[in-house]
Design a protein around this ligand. Structure first.
Ligand SMILES: [Zn+2]
Length: 302
């Protein structure tokens, strides 16, 4: 091999796999069956190795995603988790075992993973079946940086968005941000965290931080797979959704009114079950300010 070849790593590529939401009981206020939002996993790869992000929640999702990853014929070195919500990582152990990969996250996300694993019997296992064992085996990396065939991958901590301690993965050589739940794309956003942090200010600041990375492409954790990954469009849409729902929270008096008003304004958006869960938390807090907020959040999903 010549020195030129040795110093010029293979350019990176990325591909996105959007999973099918798991089955769920119950109906929404408009009568349609409850269904969770689709969740996106990203495979970033070079000539030999690959990094996988947010591998989903259930055993079924892990099998389907794992077969897709295997079809790319790369050595998966790391599985990166953007934040602690179980729908993004409960399947990580199965994928790590299948591919012999390390699981990587920020220290804050690892703390949230432990919290969500502990909350399984109260929440996740009441709503979904087929979640595998979820020991938290994720590790941090020095300075929140790791590499893929010599290309830098940077974990950027952006704080409260739809969860606490959320992060994005910046891949400068691709102009890519894997945004977890900081940026959404054609899917209703989970708004409940705003009750805990006092509004959408922290989320708006996180969007600004993503924009400052000047990405061309953004993979939103929850997306309609028919849509593109244009960074400018998805950032603008995410900001607009926060503005619109903030306005409707002022004008709508009940959770059902709010749900209907948001659906009317965003008729093509997927993930109405997540909209309804957030609405019940926001209005539950308003109507019962004395109640335990964690109990309100759990009840909003059941
Ligand atoms: Zn999510």
């Amino acid at each position: 091999m010549s020195t030129t070849e040795a110093s010029s790593p293979t350019p990176l590529t990325y591909e996105v796999f959007v999973n099918e939401p798991p089955p769920q009981d119950g109906v929404l206020p408009n009568g349609e069956p409850k269904l969770f939002s689709p969740m996106a996993s990203t495979l970033i790869y070079g000539g030999r190795d690959a990094v996988l992000t947010d591998p989903g929640m259930t055993e079924d999702q892990a099998h389907v995603l794992g077969d897709w990853v295997a079809s790319k014929s790369r050595n998966v070195t790391d599985i990166f988790i953007t934040h602690g919500h179980g729908d993004h990582w409960f399947a990580a152990g199965l994928l790590a075992e299948r591919f012999g990969a390390r699981i990587v996250a920020s220290a804050g996300t690892i703390e949230q993973m432990r919290f969500n694993a502990a909350a399984r019997p109260l929440l996740w296992d009441k709503v979904y079946t087929g979640i595998p064992p979820t020991p938290v085996t994720a590790v941090t990396v020095p300075d929140n940086r790791f590499t893929l065939e010599g290309h830098e991958l940077a974990i950027v901590e952006v704080g409260d968005t739809d969860s606490a301690d959320t992060t994005v993965l910046h891949v400068p050589d691709l102009g890519l941000v894997v945004a977890g739940d900081v940026i959404y794309n054609g899917v209703h956003m989970y708004l409940a965290q705003s009750v805990i942090v006092g509004g959408f200010g922290p989320w708006r600041a996180a969007i600004d931080e993503v924009e400052a990375l000047e990405p061309r492409h953004i993979v939103a954790g929850h997306q309609n797979k028919q849509l593109d990954d244009d960074a400018g469009r998805t950032i603008a849409q995410t900001r607009q959704y926060l503005d619109d729902t903030e306005e409707l929270l002022r004008t709508e008096e009940t959770a059902v009114d709010f749900f209907n008003a948001v659906v009317e304004r965003y008729p093509s958006f997927l993930g109405r079950t997540v909209l309804w869960a957030g609405a019940q938390t926001l209005y539950g807090r308003r109507e019962h300010p004395e109640a335990d907020i964690r109990q309100i959040i759990v009840d909003s999903w059941l």
